[in-house]
Design a protein around this ligand. Structure first.
Ligand SMILES: Cc1cc2nc3c(=O)[nH]c(=O)nc-3n(C[C@H](O)[C@H](O)[C@H](O)COP(=O)(O)OP(=O)(O)OC[C@H]3O[C@@H](n4cnc5c(N)ncnc54)[C@H](O)[C@@H]3O)c2cc1C
Length: 421
């Protein structure tokens, strides 16, 4: 996740709000009792946000750039889904209260599914699926693949919710708009992204085994290369080789090097099933690649830099250091468990001796977190620097309050977490 991208970080919530408000404005009820009006407003507001929630999971580089980056989109994808669900939950309750005004019996009949017909059952089924999908969204301990499969229940929930409205109202203009946007967003995500129709063909042309259980692969373009900046990441699905069997899924990897001919390097650490298998990657494997995504290191003010990398979080900084000599004083604090675990250490040490603007500080913390106050105390004029952090979540979370305490301005702190849920 990249933080503090004024004003881009407001783009995703703004887009979601615009869609929800536009839908409510179109369908705003006139001259109806209060509770019935509220039921209609919550239904359309919730539906608008649900559809916005689908737009925010579209993985398309131009849309991602427009909406402030994939990380911000995913954050607001979750938040808009949650708010939409709460609004939709208010819809039957408001209808029941509308009935209550006439007779309590009517309120009861509004709430019990067996007293209703199939168009209303569709609505209840949508609410149940949305509840299930949302409950699993926050189950961070669930294995990633299972989490993703459950998460897709939300897509089905949205389709059922729209079918419920269609069965009741027919093809109202507002509804047709929502159906079209839903179709395009879901279609793009499933066909172009997950099935890879929008991918670029690359080929593995070199595999280098780095220290610390990391393999670095050079991916060379088979057609026109994509343009990637240091700090950005790509989604990569590796195919099969002579002996290597790829897992075929798209995984995000930050580029660790950008070649003049459009080739991209990615450093892959064995962190789970697929990345473990990638340690035996071989040249000639075909690769499908999507992107680029992300805005990390994209703000380049002319002030001194402090970069903090933990373990595999070194990859975005490697790409920047390999791409150009530092144009302003840059200190990199590289944190690892043991020196033998530190990928790219020789290359970084060599860079520090040849680039007068570049300073390298390393720290091997073995187990537990390093002594951050001591490390940060070594940095001269820290409050005058732009700080960029990339590494494990506990490291980022330990550093943020310390930096604020020292007096580094909020908008000068940028961070990237290698996590996408
Ligand atoms: C923006 C970003 C940049 C990253 N850059 C690098 C990098 O440069 N080098 C590197 O080694 N790792 C990087 N990672 C982490 C890398 O994507 C995961 O380690 C890898 O996907 C794990 O897959 P697995 O099957 O081996 O592990 P699993 O055990 O299946 O998953 C481990 C964790 O990885 C994440 N993950 C798994 N599959 C996916 C997926 N398809 N999409 C998104 N997240 C997934 C989940 O959080 C999961 O909990 C990056 C992650 C993100 C989000």
């Amino acid at each position: 996740m990249t933080a503090h991208l004024y004003p881009r970080r407001f783009a995703a919530p703004f887009a979601a709000l615009i869609l929800a408000f536009a839908v409510v404005w179109w369908a705003f009820p006139e001259q109806m009792p209060f509770w019935r009006s509220l039921a209609i407003v919550t239904a359309w507001g919730g539906s608008g946000l649900l559809v916005a929630n689908l737009v925010l999971m579209v993985r398309e580089p131009h849309i991602a750039r427009l909406l402030g980056g994939l990380e911000s989109m995913y954050r607001w994808h979750h938040r808009s889904g949650m708010i939409a669900y709460l609004l939709l939950l208010c819809h039957p309750l408001a209808l029941a209260l509308n009935g209550w005004v006439e007779a309590p019996q009517l309120a009861w009949q509004t709430l019990v599914p067996w007293a209703q017909s199939w168009p209303l059952w569709l609505g209840w089924a949508a609410l149940v699926l949305l509840m299930f999908g949302l409950a699993t969204t926050f189950a961070v301990r669930l294995p990633y693949r299972r989490w993703r499969a459950f998460h897709f229940a939300l897509g089905l929930g949205v389709l059922l919710a729209l079918a419920h409205v269609y069965a009741l109202l027919g093809g109202a203009d507002t509804l047709l708009l929502l159906i079209v946007v839903t179709g395009v967003a879901l279609g793009w995500r499933l066909i172009a992204s997950d099935l890879g129709m929008a991918s670029h063909p690359y080929r593995v042309t070199q595999v280098v085994h780095q220290a610390g259980g990391m393999v670095e692969a050079l991916l060379s373009p088979c057609a026109a290369p994509i343009t990637v900046a240091p700090g950005q990441f790509v989604l990569v699905a590796f195919g099969d080789g002579q002996a290597y069997r790829g897992c075929g899924e798209y995984h995000p990897f930050t580029v660790s090097g950008i070649e003049a001919d459009g080739g991209l390097r990615v450093g892959i650490k064995a962190l789970g099933t697929c990345s473990q298998r990638l340690q035996s990657l071989e040249p000639e494997v075909l690769v499908r690649l999507q992107g680029p995504f992300g805005t990390f290191l994209s703000d380049s003010p002319s002030v001194p830099q402090l970069w903090i990398a933990g373990g595999v979080g070194i990859t975005p900084f490697m790409a920047a250091l390999r791409a150009y000599a530092c144009i302003r004083p840059t200190t990199l604090i590289y944190l690892f468990r043991k020196e033998t675990d530190a990928a790219f250490l020789d290359e970084l040490t060599a860079l520090a001796t040849t680039d007068p603007q570049f300073e390298l500080l390393t720290d091997a913390s073995d187990k537990g977190l390093p002594d951050f106050p001591e490390l940060l105390g070594k940095i001269g004029h820290i409050t005058a620097r732009e700080v960029s952090i990339c590494g494990p979540i506990p490291m980022v979370e330990a550093l943020l309050p310390l930096l604020r305490e020292i007096g580094v301005a909020e908008e000068s702190i940028h961070f990237e977490k290698f996590d996408f849920r």
